[in-house]
Ligand binder design. Structure first.
Ligand SMILES: CC(C)(COP(=O)(O)OP(=O)(O)OC[C@H]1O[C@@H](n2cnc3c(N)ncnc32)[C@H](O)[C@@H]1OP(=O)(O)O)[C@@H](O)C(=O)NCCC(=O)NCCS
Length: 184
């Protein structure tokens, strides 16, 4: 079952997507937003990542697709914890021209609907750097809250950066869609 937003579709990763995903991994501008650390990724490494994905039951990764532009990014549920009913979540749009058009909002809203209505999870976890205004704007709009700050937690660009720990509960999502009528 593909996951439908208002206008995006979240679908399985296919082999044909690997070059787009590798370009994103190797995009040095993207690094400033990434919490972990990155390294240049070869075609073979990207392919191995894909093979591992096929049998990974704890993480799900979906391609964000639009009618006009096809595959535009990736949205993830990782470290799914079926006991506490939580998962980590991340999102990346590959091309700058596809940003600030509401794609991120629609992808996160669709993922939250799937997470809470289909998987029965209770909360999602995430993190952002204070200077990532796009991420803050996106997740605030989608009902997420800052739950704490890990001070000087990530070493990046020659400095230790604070990392905001953020999350959303199923109840936050249901309150949001009642208020903004997202799916009406
Ligand atoms: C973060 C990201 C997914 C946002 O996706 P997007 O499609 O551009 O977001 P949207 O267009 O849905 O915007 C949602 C809200 O965020 C805010 N926003 C988005 N981009 C912004 C920017 N560059 N500057 C200021 N506010 C911004 C706006 O408030 C917007 O709401 P509005 O349009 O109602 O005003 C995208 O910028 C991206 O891929 N960035 C690089 C990777 C990344 O940072 N991932 C997240 C790591 S935590």
């Amino acid at each position: 079952m593909n996951i439908k937003g208002r206008f995006v579709t979240l679908r399985a990763v296919e082999e044909d997507d690997l070059e787009m995903l590798r370009d994103m991994m190797n995009d040095s501008d993207m690094e400033q937003y990434v919490v972990g650390w990155s390294f240049p990724v070869s075609k073979e490494q990207q392919h191995n990542w894909y093979i591992n994905l096929l049998t990974d039951s704890k993480s799900k990764r979906f391609i964000i697709e639009t009618k006009d532009d096809g595959a535009v990014g990736i949205v993830t549920l990782t470290d799914i914890d079926w006991k506490n009913r939580s998962a980590n979540h991340g999102i990346k749009l590959a091309n700058r021209k596809n940003r600030t058009k509401g794609i991120g909002t629609d992808a996160v809203m669709a993922l939250m609907r799937y997470t809470f209505d289909e998987l029965g999870l209770h909360r999602l976890d995430g993190a952002w750097f204070d200077d990532n205004v796009a991420s803050k704007g996106l997740y605030t709009k989608c009902g997420w809250s800052v739950e704490g700050v890990r001070r000087e937690y990530v070493f990046k660009g020659g400095q230790f950066k604070d990392l905001a720990i953020v999350g959303v509960l199923a109840s936050d999502y249901y309150a949001l869609i009642e208020k903004n009528h997202y799916w009406d």
